[in-house]
Write a protein that binds this ligand. Structure first.
Ligand code: BJW
Ligand code: ZN
Length: 256
């Protein structure tokens, strides 16, 4: 987003005014928000899945077929993540949460970067790369050990396999009802860095719109959700979100 483009600057001002006027804001993020931290997105040129067929490493069928292969894939992801830090977009969202009393963040990302940046009200819709859970009993825990001493790891309670605590294709999304409550209670929905291809997550946008929310999309590309956006700020979230925050601060400084 070029700083000198007058139409885009006008859109930025409109977006800031919406944020300043909103009572309840729900941000809905996807892989794009972490792209500038160096986390590959799922779809498109450098898509994460190019070397790993999606259905083999992120589906319950793939897990049943070959748990070791799935764990090797997730160990690679966990290893990469140890070197990765939140970017300016994550920090701007954490700051927005501090400024807006009713602000919630629903993320499809499993990288934990929103929490690391300081966001507190986070609903991790598709799970968490740093959590494991037992396939047999109720054991579930955070485990940041890397590399894990054995793959697949064994449950300390019942010795069955532990799996990554991630929502795979074909699995129910346990936090969906909570996320839907947040999206449909918002008067402003920020949709950031998601292609909108994966359901039921993308259905949150519909839920928010049906309840009357204004939808602001931040994405360098057109997406499956763009046609529902009232306003689309086209550009990387690591640049746009800090600019929104900066302008919000100056608007508040003017006593508005
Ligand atoms: C930037 C940027 C920058 C780039 N700044 N932006 C047919 C139709 C509809 C649905 C289905 C169907 N067939 C099957 C389904 C269901 C299926 C589904 O949706 N499939 C579709 C792919 C077709 N969904 C499921 O299976 C879900 N469960 C379910 O439906 O359960 C039913 C059930 C009920 C009861 C009992 C049992 C079952 C579960 C879905 C789980 C998804 N999990 C994954 C992988 C696990 C996580 C992991 O290992 O990492 O989650 S899939 C993957 O996609 C990941 C993501 O969270 C998710 C969304 O991707 P996201 O975030 O949108 O990333 P990208 O790469 O797609 O987009 C990146 C965007 O960023 C782009 O727009 C870029 O332009 C942008 N960008 N740089 C801002 N700097
Ligand atoms: Zn167990």
């Amino acid at each position: 987003m070029a700083a000198s483009d007058p139409r885009q600057n006008l859109d930025l001002v409109r977006a800031v005014e919406r944020i300043a006027a909103a009572r309840r804001v729900a941000a809905f993020t996807g892989a794009g928000v972490s792209a500038e931290s160096g986390v590959p997105t799922f779809r498109g040129g450098e898509g994460l899945w190019e070397n790993h067929p999606l259905e083999e490493v992120a589906s319950i069928q793939g897990w049943r077929r070959d748990p070791l292969r799935v764990w090797r894939f997730y160990e690679g992801r966990r290893g990469d993540l140890r070197r990765i830090r939140p970017n300016a977009g994550h920090y701007a969202l954490a700051e927005l949460e501090r400024r807006i009393p009713e602000f919630s963040l629903i993320t499809q990302n499993v990288d934990g970067l929103h929490i690391l940046a300081g966001s507190q009200r986070v609903t991790p819709l598709h799970g968490d790369l740093w959590r494991v859970r037992c396939v047999r009993c109720n054991y579930a825990a955070e485990d940041r050990t890397h590399p894990l001493p054995e793959l697949p790891p064994a449950c300390p309670v019942c010795a069955a396999h532990l799996r990554p605590d991630i929502v795979w294709f074909g699995e129910a999304v346990p936090l969906y009802a909570e996320a839907e409550r947040l999206a449909s209670g918002a008067d402003l929905l920020l949709v950031i860095g998601t292609s909108g291809h994966v359901y039921p997550a993308a259905g949150l946008v519909q839920a928010g719109l049906e309840a009357g929310a204004f939808m602001l999309e931040i994405n360098p590309e057109q997406t499956a959700l763009s046609r529902y956006a009232h306003l689309h700020l086209r550009g990387p979230s690591g640049e746009i979100l800090p600019r929104l925050l900066e302008q919000l601060e100056s608007l508040e400084g003017q006593g508005r």
